[in-house]
Ligand binder design. Structure first.
Ligand code: FMN
Length: 149
């Protein structure tokens, strides 16, 4: 199998980490928590994923910074995210940063994640129980499809 890694930040409720872990449990790939580790040599990886919760329409700053600092030129990359409500615009900014490194963008997978931002906190949060078991399986299937590309 190709050598793969997912760099993630999942600081709100750990929802995005669940997506990354579902894939890692199935395929034994490496995970890097970008909030704990800011540097890594990614040159040996064939497939590099960036995973994040969404903060005001974008990936967390720490994930984008990790990409800017560590992504080698011309790598095959993919994106995972959890959010309040899915939108393909959430990856726009990080995709632009990846393209500056000549990355080949393979695809993205996003789903809902538990959200207690602002007023949601008072009513027990939004998207309780998400990502669901099906959504975690969806992330694994998405990764599988990348291996076949
Ligand atoms: C400060 C803040 C801003 C957020 N902004 C957005 C947003 O713009 N769009 C959205 O769909 N979700 C937004 N969310 C919801 C989170 O992206 C969602 O809960 C996500 O699952 C968090 O991922 P994590 O638990 O892996 O950190 C926001 C949450 C917080 C706390």
């Amino acid at each position: 199998m190709e050598k793969a890694v997912i760099i993630y930040a999942s600081t709100h409720h750990g929802s995005t980490r669940k997506l990354a872990e579902a894939i890692a449990n199935q395929y034994g790939i490496h995970l890097i928590d970008a909030t704990k580790q800011q540097e890594a040599d990614l040159s040996a990886y064939d497939l590099i994923g960036f995973a994040s919760g969404i903060d005001f329409g974008k990936f967390y700053e720490v994930v984008e910074q990790f990409l800017e600092d560590n992504l080698p030129e011309n790598k095959r990359v993919f994106f995972l995210y959890t959010c309040a409500k899915v939108s393909n615009r959430f990856t726009e900014t990080i995709k632009t940063a990846a393209r500056k490194k000549g990355a080949v963008i393979l695809g993205e997978y996003g789903c809902r994640g538990f959200n207690t931002y602002g007023p949601w906190k008072m009513i027990g949060g939004m998207n309780k129980g998400r990502p669901s078991a099906e959504e975690l399986q969806g992330a694994v299937r998405f990764f599988e499809s990348l291996l076949q590309q």
